[in-house]
Design a protein around this ligand. Structure first.
Ligand code: GDP
Ligand code: ZN
Ligand code: MG
Length: 404
């Protein structure tokens, strides 16, 4: 499976497009809620299909019968969309989503000038994380004239010049009217292939949600173990496997706190609402464990890594990062654009993998930052990190780096 991020400024039509591509989204979502496993993270599977008679691009559809010629369509592949949550539009949420994306659809509404602040931020985040398989969808073309759409298309081309999306196709669509969706699917098929993920690689999962699925007042003997949700980046997991979760939980003994990995057993695996015994990468999965549900409740384990015991990367409580500041903060008005140097004692935001943490700067040179983290992160040496600073009460991207 391939994970495709649906990103863009709030209200530009991300959720509408995911709905247009995956008719079942709403049903599946409420089904999961009924089972107690919410997927509010915003995942939806869509199956692209192709009419065997019609030619490209009009052959592409999500319908089972071709609208043009009435022939039964054939499955091409199922993809998994990661929809950034709506109005919060937290850069942090988007960044942790980006960690599990193989490519992205960047949605830009034609009814507003381009770029909007978040559009710029999102594109910069893709740059940092290194996601270069990007299809740009110019949405809401039903709201503008042909001339305005062409003018807006030029604005987009200008905006992406010199970025990771420089050569991305721009597809005019109306998500609401399901117009030009065939061309969009055709572009996604060409630009965002399903990555090769050798099955024998060591399993690595990023935890994006965690839950206690028991109703209040459930008798102890009926309690179900903690559930973690997220995405498998590589390898395979099976029911019955032992699972280690890092950094794990904070243990305080005699006034001194340390972080201890959790070890548990996989009791169940749910993918797209279906129980399975084995899972491969891509899409969202929910894993039932034997953990005390109080450890997994209310997203307590978000941002942690899971895998076979002894195979996970180090847990960092202090971190050295080789970094570079951007020329200007992303997503702020022009007059605030310069980025002052990072200072000792300053608190900055750091995102590594799906994990977001705050670090206090202990030492800084032109190239290197030494930080003490408020919450440790589990990440490989050499991982890319995004660096944010609070400007007027909101975190903005100001730079990027790699863990030393
Ligand atoms: P999101 O915040 O990016 O997820 O945006 P939504 O999908 O929630 O859409 C925001 C609003 O734009 C909703 O009222 C949609 O009905 C509307 N919308 C989305 N796509 C289109 C479109 O192609 N044309 C028009 N006219 N409205 C759209
Ligand atoms: Zn056809
Ligand atoms: Mg939305």
């Amino acid at each position: 499976m391939v994970n495709i991020g649906m990103i863009g400024h709030v209200d530009h039509g991300k959720t509408t497009l995911v709905n247009a591509l995956s008719g079942e989204w709403t049903d599946r979502h409420s089904e999961e809620v009924k089972r107690g496993i919410s997927i509010r993270l915003g995942y939806a599977d869509a199956t692209f299909r192709k009419c065997p008679v019609c030619s490209e691009p009009t052959c592409y559809t999500v319908a089972e019968v071709c609208k043009l010629c009435g022939t039964k369509t054939e499955e091409v592949r199922t993809v998994s969309f990661v929809d950034s949550p709506g109005h919060e539009a937290l850069m942090a949420t988007m960044l942790s989503g980006a960690a599990i994306m193989d490519g992205a659809v960047l949605l830009i509404a034609a009814s507003e000038p381009c770029p909007q602040p978040q559009t710029e931020e999102h594109l910069m985040a893709l740059n940092i994380v290194g996601i270069d398989r990007i299809v740009i969808a110019q949405n809401k073309i039903d709201l503008v004239s042909r001339e305005e759409a062409i003018e807006h298309h030029k604005q987009i081309r200008e905006f992406v010049k010199g970025t990771i999306a420089e050569n991305s196709p721009i597809v005019p669509i109306s998500a609401q009217q399901a117009a030009n969706i065939d061309v969009l699917i055709n572009c996604i098929e060409e630009i965002i292939p399903t990555p090769e993920r050798p099955e024998k690689e060591i399993a690595r999962m990023h935890i994006a949600r965690s839950f206690d699925i028991n109703r209040p007042g459930t008798p102890i003997r009926d309690l179900k173990g903690g559930v973690v949700g997220g995405s498998l980046l590589k390898g395979q997991l099976r029911t019955g496997d032992r699972l280690e979760i890092r950094p794990g939980r904070m243990v305080t003994v005699g006034g001194k706190s340390t972080w201890e990995p959790l070890e548990t057993e996989i009791t169940s695996i749910v993918v797209g609402g279906t129980q399975v015994s084995k899972v491969a990468p891509g899409g969202l999965l929910g894993i039932g464990t034997t953990l005390d549900p109080s450890m997994t409740k209310e997203d307590a384990l978000v941002g942690q890594c899971a895998g076979k015991p002894g195979t996970l990367p180090p847990t960092w409580e202090k971190l050295s990062v080789d970094f570079q500041l951007f020329k200007r903060a992303v997503g702020v008005k022009k007059e605030e654009e310069k980025v002052p140097a990072i200072k000792v004692g300053e608190n900055i935001m750091l995102s590594a993998g799906t994990s977001i943490t705050i670090g206090e700067v202990k030492k800084v040179t032109k190239k290197t930052l030494d930080l003490i983290l408020s919450r440790p992160v589990c990440a490989e040496t050499g991982s890319r990190v995004a660096i944010g600073r609070k400007i007027r009460g909101r975190w903005h991207l100001i730079g990027a780096g790699t863990i030393k």
